[in-house]
Design a protein around this ligand. Structure first.
Ligand SMILES: *[C@@H]1O[C@H](CO)[C@@H](O)[C@H](O)[C@H]1NC(C)=O
Ligand SMILES: *[C@@H]1O[C@H](CO)[C@@H](O)[C@H](O)[C@H]1NC(C)=O
Ligand SMILES: *[C@@H]1O[C@H](CO)[C@@H](O)[C@H](O)[C@H]1NC(C)=O
Length: 191
């Protein structure tokens, strides 16, 4: 690279500063930026706690969880498998209880040594004022641990700017079919 003499370098900087100022004065704002404002948001941030039951149905004629990628190794953890899910989220542990939304996304084995899943899913709510709003859960689940904690990394609608965590506890697991019901306690900060 050619070395720029110090004086010339200063001139270049001054010139570019001047030209960027003129761009600002002509355009009035940066391209693509609609508005930037100080975060004195009028509404207070609140913490909501939801309890939901997540139904992962892998058996029967209407599974809500389907394997889309088979494991490529024969490791005991199924390392490499991926399942796509559209799991019902209900108010109580029974499937017949009120449907609050659906958990849509996928999980897969991301561990070669233990039962460790990567879970990526949107909880899409359908009831009352939450209808149409979502929260996004992305985290690691060691399925045989009593409590699995995963981060809530965002949300939409009523859950804009959401952050928080979930605690997942297995409520029911059928070793024969692989069907599971998991209790999710969701703690989410939002406006
Ligand atoms: C599966 O396991 C067997 C026995 O442990 C081994 O011989 C074989 O190479 C493995 N196959 C793959 C694809 O990992
Ligand atoms: C939720 O919103 C959808 C689309 O706006 C609407 O069709 C549906 O009836 C709503 N459900 C409830 C329970 O309000
Ligand atoms: C597991 O599922 C099978 C097949 O539906 C059923 O016969 C069995 O009772 C279930 N086991 C438990 C513990 O629920």
């Amino acid at each position: 690279m050619t070395k720029i003499p110090p004086l010339l370098a200063t001139q270049v900087i001054v010139l570019s500063l001047l030209s960027s100022f003129s761009i600002i004065s002509v355009q009035g704002k940066n391209p693509g930026v609609v508005r930037t404002k100080l975060l004195g948001l009028k509404k207070e941030e609140k913490l909501s706690h939801f309890r939901l039951y997540w139904h992962d149905i892998v058996s029967g004629p209407n599974p809500s969880s389907v394997a889309v990628v088979k494991p490529v190794t024969n490791s005991s953890t199924g390392f490499g498998f991926i399942s796509m899910i559209d799991d019902p989220l209900t108010e109580g542990p029974e499937m017949s209880s009120k449907l609050l939304g659906r958990a849509q996304g996928f999980y897969g084995s991301a561990s070669q040594k233990e039962a460790g899943l990567l879970m990526a899913m949107n909880f899409a709510f359908i009831q009352g004022k939450y209808n149409g709003s979502t929260i996004t859960v992305l985290g690691r689940s060691q399925v045989f641990n009593k409590v699995r904690e995963m981060p809530v990394i965002g949300g939409s609608g009523l859950f804009r700017f959401a952050r928080g965590y979930v605690e997942a506890r297995t409520h029911y697991f059928n070793l024969t079919t692989g069907d599971a019901i998991v209790e999710y306690n969701v703690y989410v900060l939002h406006y």
